[in-house]
Ligand binder design. Structure first.
Ligand code: ATP
Ligand code: MG
Length: 196
């Protein structure tokens, strides 16, 4: 038996919008864990967020993620969950990506890591992936014990999609917090101008 030939990282999110926190998380997991590539998987319908606020169209979020990773070696946008449609469950994506010649590392910030045992079919998920936990302000690096987890240290970046949406709504600048082409899409599509 030979070992896995590909080491794949999976960084899922709503990416509404993608920002430097996502990119720094992805490139550091890539480097630190010697992954071959990291997929930024855009959620179609993030079921834990639906109802809380209106979410930008999936294709627009995908376009922003494509722009965000352009030119960053090893980071790729994935439309897998959008093509599948419906509510998004990470386990379905992991099931699809699982292969005997591939190892899967789920990359999450500390806030998401703490809630991994609320995810759909989380026990199966814990069997199929290693977890890479990247530092994020405001949450301890605590991971439910069923998961095999490694910590990846990154500079603490106090940036979130929610804060960026709020800044746009308030007319404050977001340059530097998101890649320039992402900012252009936000402007062109008039995203985040209204509350909710
Ligand atoms: P929102 O504020 O809308 O929840 P977000 O900034 O948290 O958006 P998500 O799409 O919810 O972004 O997050 C996707 C993944 O990226 C999660 O695992 C999250 O923990 C991680 N992440 C987001 N921002 C950061 C950051 N600044 N540092 C480290 N990890 C982050
Ligand atoms: Mg979040």
């Amino acid at each position: 038996m030979v070992g896995p030939t590909e080491r794949l990282g999976v960084l899922g999110g709503t990416f509404d919008p993608p920002h430097i926190g996502h990119l720094v998380a992805g490139v550091n997991a890539l480097a630190e864990l010697s992954l071959d590539r990291v997929l930024l998987v855009v959620a179609n319908r993030p079921w834990q967020k639906v109802g809380e606020r209106s979410i930008s169209p999936a294709m627009t979020r995908l376009e922003m993620v494509r722009e965000a990773v352009a030119g960053i070696d090893g980071l790729e946008a994935s439309d897998e969950e959008i093509i599948r449609g419906g509510d998004t469950y990470t386990i379905d994506t992991i099931d699809r990506l699982a292969a005997s010649d591939r190892s899967l590392t789920l990359i999450v910030g500390t806030d998401a890591a703490a809630g991994l045992d609320t995810w759909h079919r989380w026990r199966e998920l814990a069997e199929l992936v290693d977890v890479a936990v990247v530092d994020r302000p405001g949450a301890d690096a605590r991971v439910p014990s069923a998961f095999h987890a490694t910590r990846v240290e990154i500079p603490l970046l106090d940036v979130s999609s929610s804060a960026i949406r709020e800044r746009v709504r308030d007319g404050r600048p977001i340059a530097g917090l998101v890649p320039e082409p992402v900012r252009s899409v936000i402007e062109r599509e008039l995203l985040y101008l209204r509350a909710g």
